[in-house]
Design a protein around this ligand. Sequence first.
Ligand SMILES: *Cc1c(COP(=O)(O)O)cnc(C)c1O
Length: 396
Amino acid sequence: MYTDFQSYLQTTLKEIEEAGLYKNERVIVSPQRAAIKVSTGKDVLNFCANNYLGLSDNQELIDAAKKALDERGFGMSSVRFICGTQDLHKELEQKIAEFFGTEDTILYAACFDANGGVFEPLFTEEDAIISDALNHASIIDGVRLCKAKRYRYSNANMEELEECLKQAQAQRYRVIVTDGVFSMDGNVCPLDKIHALAEKYNAMVMVDESHSAGVVGQTGRGTTELHNLRGKIEIITGTLGKAFGGAIGGFTTGKKEIIAMLRQRSRPYLFSNSIPPMVAAAGCAMFDMMARTNELQDKLHANTEYFVAQMKAAGFDIKPTQSAICAVMLYDAKLSQQMAEKLLDEGIYVVGFYYPVVPKDQARIRVQISAGHEREHLDKAIAAFTKIGKELGVIK
Ligand SMILES: *Cc1c(COP(=O)(O)O)cnc(C)c1O
């Protein structure tokens, strides 16, 4: 049997490669941070991590993790409800709820699991899930696991959302689901309008704050801060794997009855391991830091503003952004690859995105700004973009 299957896989892999879609992994041999070393020995500046607050190598978090490692051991060897709950897990859940202004929180191994396990326990074939077309893969998969009737509106299109809501009036309960920040353009969901439509058509709202938590809003509390909707959204999901230290872990936070039901019925929670104590402890230290100071958010916002302004001044076409994602539009797929390669030669690590990850003829380089970037890092990137941009005829 395997001989046949093997040649099928080999053929398919070759097709992926020939289509130019094969994903190669660049090997990093330093901690994750602004200035990294890759396995070729080259030192590069990293502009493609989700390390928005620069916390991936933060000493305070490392110390908290080390302390927990010494005091609480390495792993839990259990799911939460058998013997996998430490006070650290409960503490972290409380701190997440305080951060977002919600009632309670449930932890998962990753936000992929939070999204995978949120719909099926709450909604049945009598209900409706209304989803933005650009929502994250984990939301799409989570919706697939649930029998609710599905509606889809194109990205941030409020007329289409309203149409879906009208059609969904026949269902028992309705929930509108959206990413907080869409990762390819860096645009923030119009949560104020979504919330207003939800009120008008008697629906609930779920926001995935994975790319927005720590980033969006003056104090990084996410899209509910930006749109003055703190405490008004029923379900928020998010990750500890991006701005919040970048290790591992996800969560759902929101109305307490929803969280209680998830603890009873959510399959990735019931049938998958607890996060390790060191991750919970570092998470607690991280949220304490967020409560204590806004330094990192302020720096991130200043960095993003500076980078976007300078890149625009240099003549680049930048998508409007309210996040730390800055899409440098090139439109041509090949050009985006070429430019990313040449930038790497200049010591700037960025990635080109093209169809099918973004729509056809919408190729771009996605730059992710971090509070870990110093002004000199940003200046070096801007200079490299300008040099290569001129070389390739992207700017004059
Ligand atoms: C990254 C991301 C996830 C997955 O988070 P993990 O914790 O890495 O599983 C889920 N949703 C969105 C919108 C994301 O950007």
